[in-house]
Structure formats: C-alpha cells, structure tokens
Design a protein around this ligand. Sequence first.
Ligand code: ADP
Ligand code: MG
Length: 561
Amino acid sequence: MASMMQPQIILLKEGTDTSQGKAQLISNINACTAVADVVRTTLGPRGMDKLIHDDKGNVTISNDGATIMKLLDIVHPAAKILVDIAKSQDSEVGDGTTTVVLLAGEFLNEAKPFVEDGVHPQNLIRSFRTASYLAIERIKQLATSIEGKSLQEKKELLANCAATTLSSKLIGGEKDFFAKMVVDAVIAIGDDDRLNMIGIKKVSGGNMRDSFLVNGVAFKKTFSYAGFEQQPKKFLNPKILILNIELELKSEKENAEIRLSDPSQYQSIVDAEWNIIYDKLDKCVQCGAKVVLSRLAIGDLATQYFADRDIFCAGRVAEEDLKRVAAATGGTVQTSINDVIDEVLGTCEVFEEKQVGNERFNIFSGCPSGRTATIVLRGGADQFIEEAERSLHDAIMIVRRALKNSTVVPGGGAIDMEISRYLRDKAREIAGRSQFFINSYAKALEVIPRQLCDNAGFDATDMLNKLRQKHSTGEGAPYGVDINTGGIADSYANFVWEPAVVKINAINAATEAACLVLSVDETVKNPKSESAQGDAAASAMGGRGRGGAALRGRGRGMRRR
Ligand code: ADP
Ligand code: MG
C-alpha cells in the first residue's frame, strides 16, 4: 500500500492501458502458441486445409501458412509478429511459411517454463541466438550442391524440390505433372528476376491434367467490337505492334469545348476527327503488323478497319500481359503511332486465338527471346484453382531459389532432427545455464517431424525415438519421416528435398520472432483520441480483470492514472 501514498506521477495520456512484467510476457507467449496451433495441422503432405470465410462471404481454402495467417485477421499485438514472419518467409523464399510459424511458436513454448521460473529473458535470447547460429552453420555443412550438373540432371533435381513443395498441397496428387511444368517455366525465363514473367491464368472447368504450359504469353480474349469475327485468328511469324494508345473515334463533345462562329464549320471539325483516327489506323497497317495490341480501347471503327485488312487486334489488354508480350516477342510498347520502325515490332512463331474451356485465349508461342512462360490452370471449383495457383507460386519460388542458391537439404523432418541432435551435442560442451536453453531450442526443432507424424496419424513419440536413435549413429543425417509407410526413411533417396535456403530462412526468422516476443515486457495501449472516454471506461473494466493476472506478476499492472 506504500505506493498509494506516493504522489501520483502522470506519464501517459488519460485512458492509456498498460500491462507489464512476467505475466504480460507469458500472455504474449500464450497468444503466439495459440496462433501456431491454428496452422499446426496444415503441415506436410498429410496436412489438412483450412477454409476461411470473411464477412463479405469470400471463401478461401488454403494450406499455405502465409495465406491463412493473412486471412485470420489477428489482432493480438504480439501474435501479429508471427503473421509478419509468415509473410516475409513467403516473399523471401516462397515456401516454409507453416514451418516458420510452428518453429517460432515452439521456441516460445519451450521458453515459457524458464520465464515462469524467473529466468531473465535476455539470457534466453542470447542462447537462442547462439543456437540459431550453430543450426544455420550446420545446415550449410549438410547441404548438397547441385552446381555443375547438366541441364537435364538439374531439371530432375529441381523437379524433386518442386514436388516436395507441392506434395503438401491440394494438387499433391499431380505433383510430378506440375513439378515438371514449373521447372520448364522457370528455366524458360532464364535469369530474369521478374517473377511476373511467369503468368498463371486460371480457367475453371476441365481436369487438372488439362493444364498446360505456353512457352510465351497467353491471355484471355479481351472485350471486342463487331467486326472482330471477321479477323483472322491465326498467324505464323506475324509482326506484332504493341501500343499504349486509344484507337477510337473520339467524340470531342465530351472533353473539349469548341466555339464556332459559323455552323458550316462544324462539319470540318467532325471531318478532322475522322481524319485523325484514319491516319492512325493507316499507320498501323503500313508498318506491316499483323497483330495489333493496345492497353487502351480499340473501338468498333478500328476493329472493322483491321478486319477488312486481315489484321488481328485486341484492345484493353491488361498492362501485365502487355509487358509480357513485349518481353517475349521482342517488341516495344509504343505511345505514339508516328514513325514506327521495324525494330519496335515484336514477333513470334505462332499467334493463335484458341478455345480453352469456356474461354477464348490469345496465345503467342515460340517467342524469340523466350523470357516468359504462362501456365494455364484448369480445374473444377474456383477455390480449388485459386489454391492451385498459390501452390504453384510456392513451387515456382522454390525452383527459382534452388536454381540460384543451388543447395538442397533432405526434408521430411530429417534436417530438423539432425540439427536438433547437433545442438544437443554442442550444448553438452557448454557450462552453465545456457546448456538448458540450447537444449530446449534443440527440442523445439523436433516439432517439425513430430507434427508431420501427427498429421499423418502416426505415433509421433515412437517415430521420434526411432529418428533420434538413427541420427545418433552418425550416419542417419538424411533420415526423416516416411509419409507413405509410417516408418523412417532416407529422405534423400526418396527425393524429398528442400532448398537449404528455406530452412535457413525459416530458422532465422522464427528465432528472431521468438526473441522479439521474449524481449517485450510491457505493452502500452494508447487510447483513441476521439473515443477516449468510451475506451477508457472499457479498458478500465477489462484492465481490472487482466490486472488480477498482472498483479500476481510484479504487484503492478493496474491502469495508470
Ligand atoms: P510449409 O508451408 O512450411 O512449406 P508444408 O505444408 O508445405 O509447409 O509442409 C512442408 C513440410 O513437409 C516440410 O518439412 C517437408 O520436408 C515436408 N514434406 C513434404 N513432402 C514430404 C514427403 N513426401 N514426405 C515427408 N515429408 C514431406
Ligand atoms: Mg510448403
């Protein structure tokens, strides 16, 4: 009660909510574990999917950690950190998003008893950082390089990595089919860094196996005017003119003011408009192009004009598609139709408008610079195709990463078991409490194989014992969970491969996130300025409730006044 007698010091705005101390830290850890529990069951080839629907009625079915985390709309400030690492893993390497969340949750879970026993979080943080450093060093040692292999060999290796990624997805049943497609697409774009050079087009209907890869660009037929039917729909080696201008008769009454002194002048204005558009169209024809594309509208007059001259045209092509056509065909987007020289025209072996399912597609294949590829995805329900697209995106990212970093590690929990064993061995060499902390970090890494077993319905304890035993022999490094038989198997031999960078990034990000959560001992919530009164009242009520827990922590934790 002594504190009550002291003069009050007001540091924070009226209505500010703060809670602090050990209890706060434990509550943050609990929130993060709860989030990890949500995605837990999606891990691995036998993982389940989540169906998430929002208040607008959008339904998403996904197995992808990052997508689920994004859609969960998490409000807890500490748990939001997990959403962020899932997102960053997604953009950085593209796969391993569930892994990173699970690891972070498990690190925190292992840290919790220590925090409860009064270990200072900074000690834990230091040991966790050391452990992650050791773990990453070990991964680098164990990784196998695919450098110096022939293209065919490389393709097979990459396909294995893609297949591992895809095996945990809805389209896992067709993983080899899609893995090959993804590898071909990634190899097609070469060193190009731009991911958007691989387009994925979704056409609902048909079978998954009807999906195909276009070595070039494909996009849905754009809106077209009368006269379009008379245009030819197939060309061999056409010249392609790519525009960013409107080919439409502009009726000036909408956007210009013209003052006339004599009514007879009106006709000359109308004539001028017609002359302008005809002049533009003539120039398009004169440059020898057989296919005219524009990002802006191509009106009915132009459509008919082109049809009469056996030219194909498409207006309002999406910018993304137009850029890819330019890159693939070697053309340049023109913003003016004057002085079009041959060099700015693109070309490809075959241009064709084709029926795909219920849609018509414009397809440019056999492109000379070959820096683009398009995957046309087929399948039943919309949600299914969307998830398939996300899965392919993961696989594409993985193949690109593997191609760039060119080292792989065995998956199926093998690498996790191996670094866990390594860290336990290392911990024995350390005197002091740090040994315990590193040991629990090592234990946390086992969450991956354990969860893979749980999700597949295997006895996780039994399996982990087998794995621990195998890894302790010194030759068991590539041994992981065999999803098909329920035993342990050499993941290398089974081609369950992951790019090393996925694991390195996941361990790095998860450790950082865990340390971040551990380093927070106070959260302060500022009241919203306009509804300060209402919020203050509400938080005073809630604050009391939580205050109880906080009080047990450090004897403080009530709302400051
Ligand atoms: P993430 O979002 O973290 O990539 P996934 O659901 O894709 O999560 O699961 C990835 C895990 O599943 C990795 O640890 C990987 O090694 C494992 N895995 C993938 N395919 C297999 C397989 N055929 N057998 C065993 N484990 C596999
Ligand atoms: Mg994955």
